[in-house]
Design a protein around this ligand. Structure first.
Ligand code: GLU
Length: 465
């Protein structure tokens, strides 16, 4: 058997954290078993589905690196197929036409409520074959009247539903369009899905879907319903908790591998390991290890993990990400080697690549102003003397490397009987405009000799004027 999983988002809103985790588990499971991962866009709700949401989902999946092996398929492109299956079920007697009018249904409901019963369709058209000319009809699936449906859920264990609790689902509306649960069934059957991994808000749809799959003679997939993700306050994750579009995490400077690592750990564990590469997750992931209790989203932990990944991945991996964030600040950074050096110098002090980019703007733009408070604190006649000395010595330094620069600055400080900081801070202020940068020797080495000297002279000119 080849494992086939699918991620089936409805494009009625953003691809958010919960959706991405579902996609991740489907993808990991398929990868782990050398199977196929299918992307299916469930866009049958024409009123609520938007092209923007579809694009967002596709972009989010691509950014996360969860590349599908098949698809994307769109349900709206499969209407002919759904019609065909409806006809087949009508012919086989597993579905029937129901000519109840809205008034009939309202009356049925009112009578049931009056009798103290749970309102449900009473199956009055199940056995009738006498069409009512001129009356619009829906098509209903003929659910078994007795017996039970056991969903052997990988996460929740066996969940038993009584057929008496399931009324006859409408599979085609009066305008002929298929309904949501039915499309899912036809798709899971046609796409030969072996493992349905999805949010546990769909657990209640499962017995009906299973019944219909069986009615169609299809092989039932294995089901794994994932627990919800909650906000830190225990409520369902919502926008208020930062449950925003996955692409916002990209914009905020998270690495996709860090976000995936974080999401994998929401509900799944492997011993007490916290940090996983994508390859490790593929090797170790198993839906059988997914926890059935809901897990809470923790933004701080995500930030921590992001930094862990920033420090662990090869710097070249971050180069395109940093470049992308710099571009958003109108900086075109083409020199890969420079970006790599910046990453090595900055990664311990940034939780996100965006933060890294914002802290690194000065590498690409000379300061347009100098932090006034810092100037008052650090720039005085003694500092200016030291700076001039540094400029003179730098001019004759051929080996423009961090260790050589370090030696030179140290030498000046020692010769003048002062501390390193007394010289390092004025230099930093001159080249960065502020007092925050990586170690000054690394900073100057990355900036290069001529740029460093030009910034130092510019600042000296200003401060001595
Ligand atoms: N389209 C459904 C959703 O976005 C998922 C359905 C399924 O996975 O079966 O919630």
């Amino acid at each position: 058997m080849i494992v086939r999983t699918r991620f089936a988002p409805s494009p009625t809103g953003f691809l958010h954290i919960g959706g991405l985790r579902t996609a991740l588990f489907c993808w990991l499971f398929a990868r782990r078993h050398s199977g196929r991962f299918i992307l299916r866009i469930e866009d049958t709700d024409l009123e609520r589905s938007t092209d923007a949401a579809i694009q967002q989902i596709l972009d989010g999946m691509e950014w996360a690196g969860l590349v599908q092996d098949e698809g994307p398929f769109f349900q709206t492109k499969r209407f002919d197929r759904y019609k065909e299956v409806i006809e087949q079920m009508l012919a086989e007697g597993t579905a029937y036409r129901c000519y109840c009018t809205k008034e009939d249904l309202e009356q049925m409901r009112a009578q049931q409520v009056a009798r103290g019963e749970k309102p449900r369709y009473d199956g009055r058209w199940r056995e009738r074959t006498d069409p009512l000319p001129g009356v619009a009809h829906v098509v209903r699936y003929k659910n078994p009247l007795v017996g039970e449906v056991v969903v052997n859920d990988v996460v929740h264990g066996p969940v038993v539903f009584q057929n008496t609790e399931l009324d006859d689902l409408i599979i085609a509306r009066s305008d002929g369009t298929p309904t949501y649960n039915f499309c899912v069934v036809v798709d899971d059957m046609d796409m030969e899905i072996t493992h349905v991994i999805r949010g546990d808000d769909h657990l209640n749809n499962t017995p009906r879907q299973l019944n219909m799959l069986r009615a169609l003679g299809a092989h039932a997939p294995v089901y794994a319903h994932l627990p919800m993700i909650l906000g830190a306050d225990g409520a369902k994750l919502s926008k208020r908790h930062g449950a925003v579009s996955v692409l916002q995490y990209r914009d905020e400077g998270f690495l996709p591998e860090a976000l995936l690592n974080y999401l994998a750990r929401l509900g799944w564990s492997h011993g007490d390991q916290e940090i996983f590469t994508v390859e490790e997750m593929v090797r170790l992931f198993d839906i059988a290890d997914v926890n059935k209790s809901a897990s809470a989203f923790n933004a701080e932990k995500l930030a921590w993990l992001n930094q862990q990944h920033l420090m662990r991945v090869p710097a070249v991996r971050i180069v395109p990400v940093l470049r992308w964030h710099l571009e958003k600040e109108d900086i075109q950074a083409s020199d890969e080697a420079v970006l790599e050096q910046i990453i090595v110098a900055q990664r311990e002090r940034a939780k996100t690549v965006r933060e890294m980019a914002l802290n690194s703007l000065f590498f690409f733009r000379p300061p347009s102003f100098y932090d006034e408070k810092a100037v008052r604190k650090h720039i005085n006649p003694e500092a200016l003397l030291l700076l001039r000395q540094a400029v003179r010595d730098f001019e004759t330094l051929d080996d423009w490397t961090a260790p050589a620069i370090h030696g030179l600055i140290n030498g000046i400080a020692a010769a003048k009987g002062t501390s390193l900081g007394k010289l390092a801070q004025p230099i930093r202020l001159a080249v960065c405009g502020g007092t925050v940068s990586p170690p000054i020797d690394a900073t100057l080495a990355i900036l290069g000799k001529s740029e460093s000297l030009s910034r130092l002279s510019q600042a000296l000119a200003l401060w001595t004027a």
